[in-house]
Ligand binder design. Structure first.
Ligand code: SAM
Length: 300
């Protein structure tokens, strides 16, 4: 299908046959099936092939919408091989839609290699936008949205996760993360350790589903609520974290205090005590302490 109602994004730099098909990147619901757009349904029904992460899962979705288009498996373990095969079919004039299990393909989901290969082959790639858990969470979180940083899934191992968070300690943009339910408690604890208890955070659970819940508060509140079981530890979660507050102009006093403390103490303890002494925000001091440590090659 090359639908006359669909835009055909042309790759200017690569010559491609006029007969080539289009690759449509189609978002599917993240819970509520009513979130599949009419255009998404029409696209899925009229392409020659739907490339899906889990064909059995997508078959159920397509059946629900009365769509009988053949499916083709494209997942993280076969993406290179499957992409080459799909580009071959697109070149011959077939049109393909790519979907993932839920939400927008390529967003912490397979599809990037296929899109890159299709674009490199001069094939038109066109998005059919719709649900995305990160954007849905952010849109209702109540945190600043003028600029944000999407991190996908943080590293599963605590040390690597903390290193990532430490590198973002002074990041002023809102952070958006995906996390599996069994690691949410650890992530919340690490947010408190690295960013401090007071950093605003939002846990968005089971978006668009029957048990959709937003937990808004400070990182400390949410970590405690998780520990005592006040947050249902089931379902899917997006974690949003408010950005670091603007840095204080005068860092002279904090630097003096931190240097004294860092001579004797680890970074997190030095930052906590410096916050008590100076009245400044702990996460700002934590970041400053890391900079001082780095300047001194790991020493105070
Ligand atoms: N491509 C998808 C998208 O556009 O949102 C994301 C796929 S990623 C493999 C799955 C993760 O997205 C989940 O672990 C969870 O963090 C988040 N997620 C997906 N659906 C969700 C929902 N209904 N509510 C909250 N989080 C959700």
């Amino acid at each position: 299908m090359n639908d006359p109602e669909m835009p055909r994004a042309r790759e200017d730099s690569v010559a491609v046959s006029e007969n080539a098909g289009t690759l449509y990147v189609v978002a599917t619901p993240i819970g509520n099936l009513e979130d599949l757009s009419p255009r998404a349904r029409r696209t899925l029904a009229s392409v020659d092939l739907v490339a899906a992460e889990d064909t059995r899962h997508t078959r159920r979705l397509l059946t629900h919408f009365g769509v009988r288009t053949p499916l083709f498996a494209l997942h993280e373990h076969n993406e290179d091989r499957a992409s080459a095969a799909l580009v071959g079919r697109l070149r011959k004039g077939e049109s393909v839609a790519i979907v993932s299990d839920a939400g927008t393909p390529l967003v912490s989901d397979p599809g990037y290699r296929l899109v890159r290969a299709a674009a490199a082959a001069g094939i038109a790639v066109s998005p059919v936008p719709g649900a995305c858990a990160a954007i849905a969470a952010l849109s209702a979180a109540g945190l600043a949205t003028d600029s944000f940083l999407f991190l996908g899934f943080p590293p599963p191992k605590r040390e690597a996760r903390r290193r990532l968070l430490e590198s973002l300690c002074g990041e002023p943009r809102t952070l958006v993360l995906y996390e599996a339910v069994h690691r949410c408690g650890e992530l919340l604890a690490d947010l408190v350790t690295v960013f401090g208890e007071d950093r605003p955070a939002v846990l968005a659970r089971e978006l668009t589903k029957q048990h959709e819940t937003f937990h808004r508060g400070s990182a400390g509140d949410l970590a405690s609520a998780w520990t005592v079981g006040a947050i249902e530890p089931r379902g899917e979660f997006v974690v949003c974290v408010g950005g670091a507050p603007a840095e204080r102009a005068d860092t002279g006093e904090s630097e003096r205090v931190l240097r004294l403390l860092l001579a004797e103490l680890p970074v997190s303890t030095a930052a906590r005590l410096a916050a008590e002494i100076t009245g400044m925000a702990r996460n700002d001091l934590y970041r400053q302490a890391l900079e001082i440590r780095a300047e001194n090659g790991g020493g105070a």
